[in-house]
Design a protein around this ligand. Structure first.
Ligand code: UN1
Length: 512
């Protein structure tokens, strides 16, 4: 049978049938319970992972602490060189890692490869940045004084990532954290633990070839107890958390309680406003990819379409016809558009949301449902669906991680913008229009309240060069491009007096 070369890729990535789920550098160990990783594509067991315990976590921290002492003294451009080599290795492993992402998580092979490309891109970005960790210099009010600021590494950065981007989110955080001089401890989602081990294997090669301390990168597949430990641990200067708003609220609170720093990337509820001046062909592609890509399991997935009444019927007809052409099936087969959800729990949540939507008054114009029969044995394949709703429905206000698209009608743009903003989340948003006035209003301070606002592009698929993240219940964090590196460093203001007198600031006189 065609396994799409998956066994070969698992081998190339150094994965075994039984894996230790903890590694600091080349040292692999684990003393927790053993879990199975099943592929949602075909329901088969991929491999076993022995998870890390709280004691294993402590070992990682001890290694990380000692590695930090060494790593912080290595010049930033030299740390950049390490990240450059990591980017080269990722190019070598791109096919294997992309395939593993597709197989263990269930997104299409194209998207799995795209995720690895995001890792490569952030490495390139970070290499250049390693020579640009700039601070300002200021003019002192005191004679013979110099004032400037500099950025120092924080220490240990903890990364907790979600199943939907099993490899890229780690790289967005670590590429920046490393060039900034931090060491990292990563807890990947245990739903995609093999992706975690594969990534760690790749960075281990780089660390070994450069004779670098192993504790620069640690990884621990663990349960929520390990996650809780990491969040509460004062050794972790910064916690970067990607996941649900429910868990993120606790993470944010607990990290703040100990005055740690956090970057929170939580739920989205992303809408596209479709104006009567939209290019409809382009709109349909953007909306459908946004809604069904990654089977609706991106933080940036399109969940709502707010459509001008003049084009509403046309758009709905076009959507129906596009949905009827969607091929659902094994994501490793490039003829398919839509793969499975991550697991059966996700399928139940999808079904619950459909039920709730109907109860709250939603009218399905494209019906959902679970697929059965040949090729769908895993029980995780479902049909993308579309419902006509009111924005105020409870189910519409809530992020369901599945391809359920909500459509609604508007008359004037101010109302459409108000509707787009009238949800608890604030990650990504878009307007499709060829009208300059509409586009600029949407981008103005009276427009979208999201961290990402696009014109004539869908809500998903952001590039790494920009700051990625959102407002309100999305958590306010930013990752990857722009000046996001500043989150991974501490700022120090330095004033130096090069005279033989001591004038005080603010003109204060103090003579002895
Ligand atoms: C996520 O879903 O957690 O913009 C990240 C995008 C991707 C990243 C999504 N570049 O859709």
């Amino acid at each position: 049978s065609n396994d799409f070369g998956i066994q070969k890729s698992l081998e190339n990535l150094g994965l075994l049938s039984e894996n230790k789920g903890v590694s600091t550098g080349a040292d692999y160990f684990a003393s927790g319970e053993t879990i199975d990783s099943y592929s949602p594509t075909n329901g088969s067991l991929i491999a076993k992972i022995q998870m890390g315990s709280v004691e294993d976590y402590e070992k990682c921290i001890a290694e990380a602490k000692s590695a930090f002492k060494e790593f912080r003294m290595i010049p930033a451009p030299k740390r950049g060189e390490l990240v450059r080599q990591f980017g080269l290795k990722l190019r070598e492993y791109k096919d294997d890692l992309g395939k593993l992402v597709s197989y263990e998580m269930g997104k299409s092979l194209q998207e799995g490869l795209g995720e690895v490309q995001e890792m490569i891109d952030i490495c390139d970005f970070a290499v250049g940045l390693s020579r640009q960790l700039h601070g300002y210099t200021m003019h002192s009010e005191r004679p013979g004084h110099r004032m400037y600021e500099q950025y120092h590494p924080l220490g240990i950065v903890g990364v907790i990532s979600a199943f939907n981007f099993p490899v890229a989110v780690w790289a967005w955080n670590t590429a920046l954290a490393w060039i900034c001089g931090n060491v990292t401890v990563w807890k990947p989602s245990e739903k995609v633990g093999l992706c975690g081990i594969a990534c760690q294997n790749i960075i281990n090669e780089v660390l070994k070839e450069n004779d670098m301390p192993s504790g620069i990168s640690s990884m621990i597949v663990g349960n929520h107890e390990v996650g809780q430990k990491l969040v509460d641990d004062k050794n972790i200067a910064l916690v970067s958390f990607t996941g649900s708003t429910k868990v993120g609220r606790m993470v944010g609170r607990n990290v703040a309680e100990r005055f740690g720093k956090s970057i929170l990337e939580l739920g989205g509820n992303n809408a596209i406003i479709i104006s009567k001046d939209a290019d409809i062909d382009m709109t349909i592609i953007g909306a459908v990819f946004g809604a069904v890509g990654t089977a609706g399991q991106r933080c940036t997935s399109t969940r709502r379409l707010i459509i001008h009444e003049d084009v509403y019927d046309t758009v709905v007809e076009r959507l129906k016809s596009a949905y009827s052409q969607l091929k659902i099936g094994n994501p490793l087969d490039e003829n398919n558009h839509v793969g499975p959800l991550i697991d059966k729990d996700a399928v139940s949540q999808y079904l619950n949301s459909i039920e709730n939507c109907k109860q709250q008054g939603g009218k399905f114009i494209v019906e959902g449902g679970v697929l059965e029969g040949q090729g769908f044995e895993s029980g995780c394949y479902i049909k993308p669906c579309i419902a006509e709703v009111e924005n105020s429905y409870k189910v519409v206000q809530h992020e369901t991680f599945a391809p359920i698209l909500y459509v609604m009608k508007y008359k004037n743009l101010e109302d459409a913008i108000a509707t787009q903003n009238d949800v608890p989340q604030g990650l990504s948003s878009a307007i499709m229009t060829n009208n300059l006035r509409e586009a600029e209003l949407f981008l103005s301070q009276a427009g979208s309240d999201c961290g990402i606002a696009n014109v004539n592009i869908g809500t998903s698929g952001a590039e790494i060069g920009g700051a990625f993240g959102g407002e309100k219940e999305t958590g306010g964090g930013r990752e990857s491009g722009s000046d996001v590196w500043k989150y991974y460093m501490r700022r120090q203001t330095n004033t130096i007096n090069y005279t033989d007198s001591l004038p005080l600031a603010q003109g204060i006189k103090f003579d002895l």
